[in-house]
Design a protein around this ligand. Structure first.
Ligand SMILES: [Zn+2]
Length: 435
């Protein structure tokens, strides 16, 4: 208790220092000027909520200085860039190039898996760039998880911008609860997020400075972050190194979250594959080919859910099954491509709230958590669409299914409170199966 109180006292001191700095820079418009040599000289600002004076940076306009990985380099080679050019590029350059490119036939196949309603719009899709697809994902998520008309009006009346409301949703769960919350409390939380965004810009500029060895003035160097983390901007700065910013993931309820760097979800090319595999997986789990996926935690998100504790790397996908039947179905393969059904998928653990199935075909163990009324026992063989149990809130706060994948035969799945990504990708290759 004592350390918490002194921490918030410190926060107030820093907030004062910061306000002073902002007032000075705002009058001279020097935040941009300070960075005029950088790739972020034209960084954009967003409207602030609740009259907050700290600049609210649009982090989507920040150029990421992260280094390219080998997949990204390969992509650039494939579309004709020379090694000499690629060596000078960073992740921000890659995203810009990728987003400006027209989608391929392979992309279109993925998009249709993620969004089946696009199946009869192939002619339109052929004219899309990757950026158009990204906008479609944003729009679709907004329609499903954004505030409704009446909430929009009430948020406006309260002085909260829609984007800020979206970043607060992970903590408050419902827009109504944000609208009912104390404005001073919201203000303090949002100030923490705005400061963190400045810190993020500052970090990118420092990385650029290191790369170019050009002088750059750092104006915000003492920013105290809030001690909890509910969207990317709240992740403690010492831990942000483990997570990348991802604004939207098709079917994921929350906006602007931190995804573990090892997931590669921040790469829009990798993300399109993950989105389609996750959507497909969701439909297998609820055995409903028309269902729209609804995720409340992704693989590697910086999670605050009760089953993971305060601030941990989430090992698996959390999902809410469509209303109606909440029976969780096995995703074990129905039959194997080009050879007869000889290998088995066996239940290796079946206890309260947990079923683990080892798949010989994939050499992986599938973990299904938080269900009730188990319909299988240890030693049972399961096939695609066999009923396992019913979604519930056993060992967690809100009812949901936690699905995780472990490499090989594994009698446990990691849910520890740390920043290591220990589980295998749950976006496993579904395209090797016949459906
Ligand atoms: Zn979970």
């Amino acid at each position: 208790m004592f350390s918490k109180e002194s921490e918030s006292g410190m926060k107030r001191v820093f907030a004062l220092m910061l306000c002073f700095g902002i007032m000075f820079t705002a009058t001279t418009y020097s935040i941009n000027a300070e960075y005029k040599t950088s790739k972020n000289s034209s960084v954009k600002y967003l409207e602030s909520s609740l009259g907050i004076e700290i600049p609210n940076i649009d982090t989507r306009s920040i150029h990421s200085m992260k280094e390219l990985n080998s997949d990204q380099e390969r992509y650039l080679v494939d579309i004709g860039y020379t090694q000499g050019k690629i060596i000078k590029m960073d992740f921000g350059d890659y995203v810009k190039i990728y987003e400006s490119k027209k989608v391929t036939d392979e992309d279109i196949e993925l998009y249709i898996i993620t969004f089946p309603e696009l199946a009869n719009k192939k002619d339109m899709l052929k004219n899309w760039t990757h950026s158009d697809y990204q906008k479609y994902v944003d729009k679709s998520n907004d329609k499903r998880f954004g505030p409704n008309e009446s909430e929009v009006i009430r948020l406006k009346e309260k002085g909260i911008t829609i984007l800020d409301a979206k970043t607060l949703l992970k903590e408050y769960k419902e827009y109504d609860k944000i609208i009912e919350a104390d404005s001073e409390v919201l203000k303090e939380k949002l100030e923490g997020k705005y400061k963190s965004k400045i810190k993020y810009l500052e970090k990118m500029n420092q990385m650029e400075e290191e790369k170019n060895k050009s002088p750059l003035t750092v104006i915000f160097d003492k920013i105290n972050l809030t001690s909890y983390a509910l969207d990317y901007d709240d992740i403690p700065s010492t831990r942000q190194i483990h997570y990348d910013k991802v604004y939207t993931f098709a079917g994921y309820r929350y906006y602007n979250d931190g995804f573990h760097v090892d997931t590669n979800t921040s790469d829009p090319l990798a993300r399109a594959y993950q989105e389609s595999n996750a959507a497909h997986l969701y439909r297998l789990l609820c055995d409903n080919s028309n269902a729209s996926p609804y995720f409340t935690n992704m693989w590697g998100t910086y999670s605050f859910s009760s089953d993971e504790g305060n601030g941990a790397c989430h090992e698996g996908i959390d999902m809410v099954l469509p209303s109606g039947s909440k029976v969780v179905k096995s995703v074990s393969p129905p039959q194997y491509v080009n050879y007869p059904y000889t290998k088995k998928d066996d239940v290796i653990r079946a206890e309260t709230g947990l079923i683990a199935v080892y798949s010989e075909y994939y050499s992986r163990t599938f973990y299904y958590l938080h269900g009730t009324i188990n319909q299988v026992s240890v030693g049972d063989e399961v096939k695609l669409s066999d009923s396992l149990f019913t979604e519930s809130n056993i060992n967690t706060k809100d009812a949901h299914l936690h699905f995780a994948v472990e490499l090989n035969y594994s009698m446990s799945t990691d849910t520890a409170n740390e920043d290591n990504l220990d589980s295998a990708s749950p976006y496993f290759r579904l395209d090797t199966l016949i459906y």
